[in-house]
Design a protein around this ligand. Structure first.
Ligand code: NAD
Length: 311
């Protein structure tokens, strides 16, 4: 069994490390947040005093951090991964980051004699807990093959996507499609209701018809239809609007850079930004359904009388 360092023990990293511990690995973790550290310690992660401490002597290093800036910060500097991990350690980043950050991590790792694999995931917090995440691995063939062994206890599906940054490329394209199909499910739900359709009857029809999608099956923004929908719980986040805004922005940065025309993704981004402006960045991204309703009200949502103002 291996010694695995894990930096970033949050909503995803926490349950993911539990599955590595369950597979018999020695997992040493670090996070800035005391609550995240305590939760990870409770499921068998040894908590290090710093990133430098966590990665010393590691066979493999995972990072699961909010954004590209955090990833760069954790890799760089005297206290970072590059300065303190053994050159033999395989470095794997599970964060959803911009393509440039991922390319920088690959190139700088190679310059310093490290092996790096971009290893973003899909499947959410429930997939992380169940050990059924989809992993998209990008890097040199031999490194990706080695990464496959490490991610197996956390995965339902593992794809060797291609060379450096191909994992993150797949993740960004997938999530852009997700949020466009969320828009479709949101608008469809309101149109169906406005024409007098029973919500469950319409969902049952769309589920086996051409309107079907993962977003419709999992996040349908009408209460009482799909168990996993945030609409059942006042749109408390299962996937926050801030996270959705980040993912669509990263996809659009890649697409705009290539000169693509992606109006549907721009529309999804506009609506997420509008929600954030209204103070609902922490609410579920499926709350964009309120922009499809005639008067801005939606079933299952009690507007906050004083939502947090956007930063
Ligand atoms: P999170 O915010 O819950 O966890 C990130 C953790 O990183 C936090 O606990 C934070 O304290 C820690 N952190 C930040 N800077 C640090 C530093 N310098 N050193 C040590 N720890 C640091 O986020 P999450 O939901 O676990 O997501 C992690 C990544 O996975 C993100 O990039 C996200 O986009 C991606 N992702 C999330 C989901 C999801 O459903 N939550 C699904 C797929 C992918």
């Amino acid at each position: 069994m291996a010694k695995i360092a894990w930096i970033g023990l949050g909503n995803m990293g926490g349950p993911m490390t539990a599955n590595l511990v369950g597979a018999g690995h020695e997992v040493v973790g670090y996070d800035l947040d005391e609550g995240a550290k305590a939760a990870a310690e409770a499921h068998g992660v040894r908590i290090a005093a710093s990133t430098a401490d966590a990665v010393a002597d590691a066979d493999a290093v995972f990072t699961s951090l909010p954004k590209g800036a955090h990833v760069r910060q954790v890799f760089e500097g005297d206290g970072g991964v590059w300065a303190n991990a053994p050159k033999t350690a395989l470095l794997m980043d599970c964060s959803t980051v911009d393509v440039e950050t991922s390319r920088y991590c690959h190139e700088h790792s190679a310059e310093l004699g490290f092996r790096f694999v971009d290893a973003p995931v899909s499947g959410g917090i429930s997939g992380a807990a169940a050990g059924t995440l989809t992993f998209m691995l990008g890097g040199a063939d031999a490194d990706v093959a080695e990464a496959r062994g490490y991610v197996e206890p956390m995965a339902g599906n593992i794809f060797a996507v291609g060379g450096p940054t191909m994992g993150i490329a797949a993740k960004l394209a997938n999530n852009m499609m997700l949020f466009i199909s969320l828009l479709a499910a949101s608008e469809g739900s309101q149109l169906a209701a406005s024409m007098g359709l029973d919500a469950k009857t319409f969902w049952d029809i769309a589920r086996v018809s051409s309107g079907d999608s993962w977003a419709m099956r999992t996040w349908y923004p009408v209460p009482g239809i799909v168990d996993s929908s945030a609409a059942n719980h006042d749109f408390d986040a299962t996937f926050s609007t801030l996270l959705a805004q980040k993912d669509v922005s990263l996809a659009l940065a890649a697409g705009d850079g290539a000169g693509l025309h992606l109006p549907a993704a721009h529309l999804a981004l506009d609506q997420f930004e509008q929600l954030i402006e209204e103070g609902y960045g922490g609410k579920d991204c499926s709350l964009i359904v309120k922009y499809a309703s005639a008067d801005g009200t939606v079933a299952g949502f009690e507007p906050d009388p004083a939502p947090a103002t956007a930063e």
